[in-house]
Design a protein around this ligand. Structure first.
Ligand SMILES: Nc1nc2c(c(=O)[nH]1)N[C@@H](CN(C=O)c1ccc(C(=O)N[C@@H](CCC(=O)O)C(=O)O)cc1)CN2
Ligand SMILES: NCC(=O)N[C@@H]1O[C@H](COP(=O)([O-])[O-])[C@@H](O)[C@H]1O
Length: 283
């Protein structure tokens, strides 16, 4: 209604500027509509346009103020989540750059992918056997800082993150777990073991959980979850595939929000994601 009344007159600029049009700062000449105000509705409508234009300008300025984030990913296996996040960074859906890959298995699929894509690979923790390879917890923290890492993303990493690293990167380490925490989590529950436990329990739903990492396994603040149906005759492999497909979508969406600084912490300590489409909405 407003747009029809508003843009029925002669305008000095397109009735609806194309999305890619640069939003100029508010200047009287640019935002003055060149038609006579025929009624109070037009005057009201003009105020709407000016307010919207100002909001867009502010929003545009805010977007320009947000820097790209430097990301380190930790894996122990194939690294399919790592690859999806990397594709998101390259494709533009994630405003971040993968600057380091950390693994406890230097020949795993995720490490091979990193080396093929020019991403430095670090070994952590040191192998149990006597070896010069691998970093100590202190060395790991130092290297992450030297690379200017903003966020650490665990994606199928199967070792305990040491307290030194948790303390050095507060509210900046995320993990994805293949079940709906707090159920089916903790020491000993990883990979196919998780899906077997879910099936044995008779649970009708499963799905990925993304949470902040604290000093214990899977007890950090939950940031995002997505539910998938458990089918009556599911094998662990079939359930794993259904959950993994959902992991890929959820992790890229969450990392995009992290990089755009859309994580807000509620007063009771629960982290929320601010909607990209409607900043007044959180989930
Ligand atoms: N400080 C933290 N470190 C890690 C967390 C965390 O929440 N806090 N999450 C894990 C990932 N994870 C579940 O999401 C998980 C991984 C591994 C285990 C586990 O029991 N591991 C075995 C060793 C397995 C192996 O070496 O192959 C063990 O510790 O005995 C539980 C949960 C990553 N780190
Ligand atoms: N508790 C940790 C855990 O079980 N993590 C799980 O390991 C898999 C890694 O797959 P990927 O290497 O293909 O990303 C993912 O399903 C992830 O949720």
């Amino acid at each position: 209604m407003v747009s029809r009344v508003l843009f029925s007159g002669q305008l000095t600029f397109p009735a609806k500027p194309p999305r890619e049009a640069p939003i100029a700062p508010l200047t009287p000449s640019r935002n003055v509509l060149s038609f006579s105000l025929r009624s109070s509705v037009d005057r009201f409508a003009m105020r709407i346009v000016k307010a919207a234009s100002f909001t867009r300008t502010v929003a545009k300025v805010d977007e320009e103020a947000i820097s790209r984030k430097k990301l380190a990913v930790f894996v122990s296996g194939g690294g399919s989540n790592f690859k999806k996040i990397h594709e998101g960074c390259l494709g533009g859906s994630v405003q971040g750059d993968l600057v380091l890959l950390v693994t406890n298995k230097k020949d795993c699929g995720g490490a091979d992918y990193a080396r093929s894509n020019g991403i430095p690979v670090l070994l952590f923790p040191k192998p149990k056997r006597e070896s010069s390879d691998g970093l100590s917890p202190t060395e790991l923290v130092d290297v992450l800082r030297e690379y200017g890492v903003d966020f650490v993303l665990l994606a199928g990493y199967l070792k305990l993150i040491p307290a030194e690293l948790v303390k050095a990167f507060p509210k900046r380490i995320l993990n994805i777990h293949p079940a709906l925490l707090p159920a089916f989590g903790g020491k000993g529950l990883y990979g196919m073991r998780v899906h077997k436990a879910v099936l044995a329990s008779g649970a009708r739903y499963s799905g990925p959980t993304i949470h902040f990492v604290d000093e214990e396994y899977d007890t950090g603040r939950i940031l995002a979850q997505s539910a998938v149906r458990v089918v009556a005759n599911d094998t662990p492999e079939e359930l794993a595939k259904r959950v993994l497909d959902e992991e890929h979508k959820l992790y890229v969406e969450v990392v995009a929000a992290i990089c755009e600084e859309r994580i807000k912490w509620r007063e009771d300590g629960v982290p929320l994601i601010q909607s990209k489409d409607n900043p007044d909405d959180y989930y």
